[in-house]
Design a protein around this ligand. Structure first.
Ligand SMILES: Cc1cc2nc3c(=O)[nH]c(=O)nc-3n(C[C@H](O)[C@H](O)[C@H](O)COP(=O)(O)OP(=O)(O)OC[C@H]3O[C@@H](n4cnc5c(N)ncnc54)[C@H](O)[C@@H]3O)c2cc1C
Length: 401
């Protein structure tokens, strides 16, 4: 398979890995690019899984990230079903599940993350949603039309709950805090989101985390931290993700909450880079490592690393953080990162209409912006965040009509 001339081997053919390949070509790299992915079907739009694809009764497939023509034109060799099982940094090989030793000049680790597993007391895995195969399993559950309990009220839990409701399924959401996504969105937007779920019929009455799940004859018995119990017919867990870095344990690449990199995406091993959900990257501004699990970040960081490799540079990655989520047809965008204790100020529109801009910050420092509806506002506030604008500037900004 693939090339035997040392080129760039990218592990993971998703947002970060494919963007790294594009960045390499864009930056003028002409050598071989091999992208390995352990999934048989890879390179698809993962965010669709918990939105349109789960929300519809049609069995549509996710959209591929690249066409065969695009890959051929850019001479990107994607090898699906080929997992990296190890990295030999002395002889510079990536080892695969087929026992192949692929020589590399540079490696980009873009192996993303996998769903944090949750087991019943008898050791059975509770379904989670990360891959197209997971979607198939959850669709089969949903096809029964029976009520579903979702454990976890983070992005995935909330989106899964909303998608199942749109199929008319009764949903109970067991979160662990009083307000969903409070840390990211702040009081006002979090309450607004909570209302959207309640209005759409999600049972959100419990606010205590699940501590044990027992399989019963009719489904499950869930023990909560406050010692109460809930029963469920069907269960889905959305309790976070863990970096897909196990294959690098012992390789010499420094790990710690993911693959540790400098702001440019370089690991401690020369010519070994990382990007996307797996990368725990040093933030040039704060001096802290951060692992980000969002699509646009993975794409932008992947491309950035590809460009750095192609150009022989080590430019720091400094894009303004961005994420979006979609629930009940509402698309919420977040730029920057809200900090605990930030004040939340509505600067455009209002929450009732679902059309708004809120800025979050403290001590006249702007930290993040939440936008719903007003797409034009994204450019305005991205620019302000990039410029390090103050809350005063942000509250007086007006998006051109
Ligand atoms: C259901 C769902 C909905 C989401 N919705 C949103 C959203 O609305 N907005 C948003 O900003 N983000 C969203 N995200 C997060 C977003 O999908 C991720 O941040 C993004 O996919 C990360 O891209 P990545 O390329 O770093 O990793 P991944 O997409 O995780 O891809 C990693 C790839 O590496 C492969 N791989 C792993 N280990 C190996 C190995 N050892 N060898 C070879 N291949 C390997 C995997 O098979 C996978 O294809 C969502 C995630 C999920 C699961």
């Amino acid at each position: 398979m693939g090339t035997r001339v040392p080129g760039v081997v990218i592990v993971g053919a998703s947002a970060a890995g494919l963007a790294a390949a594009d960045g390499l070509r864009e930056g003028g790299y002409e050598g071989p690019i091999t992208v390995l992915d352990e999934e048989l079907i890879s390179s698809y739009d993962r965010p669709m899984l918990s939105k349109s694809l789960l929300g519809s009764k049609e069995d549509a497939e996710p959209t591929p990230l690249r066409t065969m023509e695009q890959l051929q034109e850019r001479r990107i060799d994607v090898q699906t079903g080929h997992g990296a099982t190890g990295l030999d940094i002395d002889r510079r090989f990536v080892i695969t599940n087929y026992g192949e030793a692929l020589p590399f000049r540079d490696v980009v680790v873009a192996s993303g993350a996998r769903a944090r597993p949750m087991l019943t007391t008898s050791g059975t895995l509770i379904p989670t949603l990360r891959t197209v195969a997971d979607l198939g399993a959850i669709r089969s559950l949903a096809a029964s039309g029976r009520p579903v309990t979702v454990i976890g009220s983070g992005f995935i839990g909330l989106e899964v709950a909303a998608a199942l409701r749109s199929r008319g399924i009764d949903v109970t959401l067991l979160g662990s805090g009083s307000r969903p996504l409070h840390g990211v969105l702040g009081d006002a937007v979090s309450d607004w989101l909570l209302d959207a779920h309640r209005t759409n019929g999600v049972d959100l009455t419990s606010r205590s985390p699940a501590v044990a799940v027992r399989a019963t004859d009719t489904g499950y018995d869930i023990e909560l931290a406050d010692s109460t119990h809930r029963t469920a017919e069907l269960l889905i867990a959305g309790i976070g993700a863990i970096p897909g870095a196990d294959w690098l344990v012992g390789s010499g690449v420094e790990l710690g909450g993911g693959v540790l990199t400098d702001p440019a995406g370089r690991t401690n091993v020369p010519r070994v880079w990382a990007a996307g959900d797996v990368a725990n990257t040093l933030d040039a501004h704060t001096g802290l490592h951060r692992r980000t699990e969002h699509w646009t970040h993975a794409t932008n960081q992947g491309r950035h690393v590809g460009l750095n490799i192609a150009r022989g540079r080590a430019e720091p990655f400094t894009a303004v953080p961005y994420l979006w989520t979609e629930q009940y047809g509402l698309k919420i965008h977040v730029l920057g990162e809200r900090r605990s204790g930030d004040e939340d100020v509505v600067v455009e529109g209002d929450l009732e209409s679902g059309d708004f801009v809120l800025v979050h910050g403290a001590d006249d420092e702007l930290h993040s912006v939440t936008i719903s509806g007003r797409l034009r506002a994204l450019a305005t506030y991205r620019k302000l965040l990039r410029q390090g604008a103050s809350m005063t500037e942000a509250t007086s900004a007006v998006t051109p009509a």
